[in-house]
Design a protein around this ligand. Structure first.
Ligand code: GAR
Length: 225
């Protein structure tokens, strides 16, 4: 097992953020392991004030702010974003709280090489305010999803999901915090599967190379008595 965190076999990953970057931190930390199949080569934010930029810098990752407001069009912003990513030799783009709609042209340029994390069990609750809407509907199981990005909002072949129980008395914040904890474990796991080739797009869905099942528990909520 290699002890370094970079190497020729590791896929070069660029992370896109817009805010605090807690999922970004979980990817950076996971990628420090010698046997992790990806290295984080840059973090780019469309918001110069994003707190995640300072967190990435503190972790020794090159950062860049590309302020979308400085561009006349969505396309012009994306040309610059694409240039920055390719300039870093990025092979996989990981969106981690990147809250900017992307054009079909940009998304297709990274087809099967751009992934995203979303705080719901897709295809339920695409878009914003996922936790509030789940609470409003009274669902008992919520969760999060990592998926390949397609031009339609929060769509694309699903790579991995976690089911998270909704508890009596949950607020939007308490549910969001429980799901976020699951996101921090799910995203490094999903990125590793993509970077190693263990998860691949076949047709319109993700197929896995055979993996070992150590544990397979269904989530019954409320629990079986
Ligand atoms: C995360 O909950 C992520 O799933 C969500 O934004 C949050 C970012 O937090 N993303 C989306 O809603 C994308 N549609 P973070 O900046 O702390 O990772």
């Amino acid at each position: 097992m290699s002890t370094t965190s970079s190497g020729p076999d590791k896929k070069r990953v660029g992370i896109l953020i817009s805010g605090r970057g807690s999922n970004m931190v979980s990817l950076i930390e996971a990628a420090r392991a010698g046997d992790y199949p990806a290295e984080i080569v840059c973090v780019i934010s469309n918001r110069p004030e994003a707190a995640g930029l300072a967190r990435a810098e503190a972790l020794g990752i090159p950062t860049q702010a590309i302020d979308h407001k400085a561009f006349a069009s969505r396309e012009a912003f994306e040309v610059e974003l694409d240039r920055a990513l390719r300039g870093h030799g990025v092979e996989i783009v990981a969106c981690a709280g990147f809250m900017r709609k992307m054009t079909a042209g940009f998304v297709e340029g990274w087809r099967d090489a751009m992934i995203n994390i979303h705080p719901s069990l897709l295809p339920s609750y695409k878009g914003l305010h996922t936790h509030a809407r789940a609470l409003e509907d009274g669902v008992k199981i919520a969760g999060c999803t990592v998926h390949f990005v397609r031009p339609e909002l929060d769509s694309g072949p699903i790579i991995a999901q976690v089911a998270v129980p909704v508890l009596d008395g949950d607020s939007e914040d308490s549910l969001a915090a429980r799901i976020l904890e699951a996101e921090h474990r799910l995203y490094p796991h999903a990125l590793a599967m993509v970077a190693s080739g263990a998860a691949k797009v076949e047709g319109d869905r993700v197929a896995y190379r055979q993996f070992q099942i150590n544990q397979m528990n269904s989530l019954y909520w409320p629990p079986l008595s």
